[in-house]
Design a protein around this ligand. Structure first.
Ligand code: ATP
Ligand code: MG
Length: 357
């Protein structure tokens, strides 16, 4: 928590009790990092909440060093309802390892799932969130390379659980730490399910704000097993503008719908090619198809990530580009913000649902 931000927000009265927002227990988090104020507000979906959010935004923007404000709303429940799961988080298996558990998936291989997962994680970490990544790609885990952890062979288990690796402040567990490079892995659904369950439940994650899961490509048994095993708050679907990739994205969406996982949004990767010499954009795979598809399906569109040589090179360097500044990191910042907003929306009860009884 940032003290200055917290103190300022506590000067705003909670409409219900009249006390300051912090004293009234309405804040789950308030942090300023890299010019972004992130505020987690317990709220319901009402006009009152909207005006409160506007007041919070104005107050935070007036503070020194704040350029952007991000307000995430989490569901505020009536007293006595705290232990009840929301209708959309129906998988009661084990305590959740993070406040938000989000899968990044695609129906197709090679569209940039891992790149998007790593950079969304980096964008969130940069804005002060505590972030972890579970690399669930048994076929070709890429998270170790993206975070410069290719030397790790095996994971230690201590009294507090499986010890995750750490890079740039992000806790990481990958199937790649357990498999030998170059060796094909033939795992069936139940085996994958067991391994992922163990990683999810037995890793000493230290309760991060967001746990991102990099999913294996495709929509077969293994993917379905993961979607069924993990209490996901939502899924982000990565695709390229090509029709083929969009067809596969539709399959991925259908798979998550089968497991009642909210779709937090579509993200168009390799949207336009930015020439490193002249900066001229070229639409190699077409452009804008994902936005149109998201609109047609009624799911949020999280933004477009350009195809750049820098992004490809940085992916091999062990430090995702979104940690830095520039147009590509900005695109990831916006997508990460939009993803958190969607996650907040998905936690609200559907119209007509109540939590009484
Ligand atoms: N926007 C981009 N600009 C440039 N290169 C990119 C971009 N997105 C991904 N790449 C590159 O494309 C390749 C595939 O990306 P990535 O490994 O993230 O895809 P994936 O969907 O996770 O693949 P898989 O299905 O194998 O898991 C990588 O070499 C990556 O660096
Ligand atoms: Mg991948």
């Amino acid at each position: 928590m940032s003290d200055v931000l917290l103190a300022r927000l506590n000067e705003i009265a909670d409409p219900a009790s009249g006390s300051g927002l912090s004293d009234a227990g309405r804040l789950d988090g308030a942090v300023i990092a890299n010019g972004v104020a992130t505020i987690v507000l317990k709220a319901d979906a009402s006009a009152e909440t909207e005006s409160l959010k506007a007041e919070i935004e104005a107050a935070a923007l007036a503070l020194d060093g704040v350029e952007r404000v991000r307000i995430i709303t989490t569901l505020q429940r009536a007293a006595g309802d705290a232990a009840k799961p929301t209708p959309r988080q129906a998988k009661p298996d084990a305590p959740k390892p993070a406040d938000l558990v989000i899968a990044v998936a695609a129906g197709k291989g090679g569209v940039g799932k891992s790149t998007v997962a790593a950079n969304l994680a980096a964008a969130l970490a940069k804005s002060g969130q505590r972030v972890a990544i579970l690399d669930a790609d048994i076929y070709g885990p890429s998270i170790p390379r993206l975070f410069g952890l290719t030397d790790i062979k095996g994971l230690r288990k201590t009294d507090s659980g499986i010890e995750p690796a750490e890079a740039h402040g992000i806790k990481i567990v990958s199937m790649g730490f357990l498999t030998k490079p170059g060796q094909p892995v033939v795992w069936r659904g139940p085996m994958v399910q067991g391994a992922i369950q163990q990683f999810m439940n037995e890793t000493d994650w230290d309760r991060p704000d967001v746990l991102i899961i990099d999913m294996p490509p495709g929509t077969g048994d293994a993917q379905l097993a993961i979607a069924q095993t993990v209490a996901l708050d939502g899924a982000v679907i990565a695709c390229t503008p090509q029709d083929l990739a969009l067809d596969d994205a539709r399959k991925a969406i259908a798979m998550f719908e089968k497991t009642h996982t909210p779709i937090l949004g579509l993200i168009e990767n390799m949207s336009v090619f930015l020439c490193p010499h002249c900066g001229e954009p070229s639409e190699i795979f077409g452009h804008g198809g994902t936005r149109a598809e998201a609109e047609a399906m009624g799911v949020p569109f999280l933004g477009e990530i350009p195809l750049t040589i820098e992004l490809r090179e940085r992916s091999d360097s062990g430090r995702p580009v979104a940690f830095d500044a520039g147009p590509v990191p900005d695109a990831f910042n916006r997508a990460a913000d939009a993803m958190l907003v969607s996650a907040g929306e998905a936690r609200k009860p559907a119209p007509g649902m109540t939590f009484s009884n």
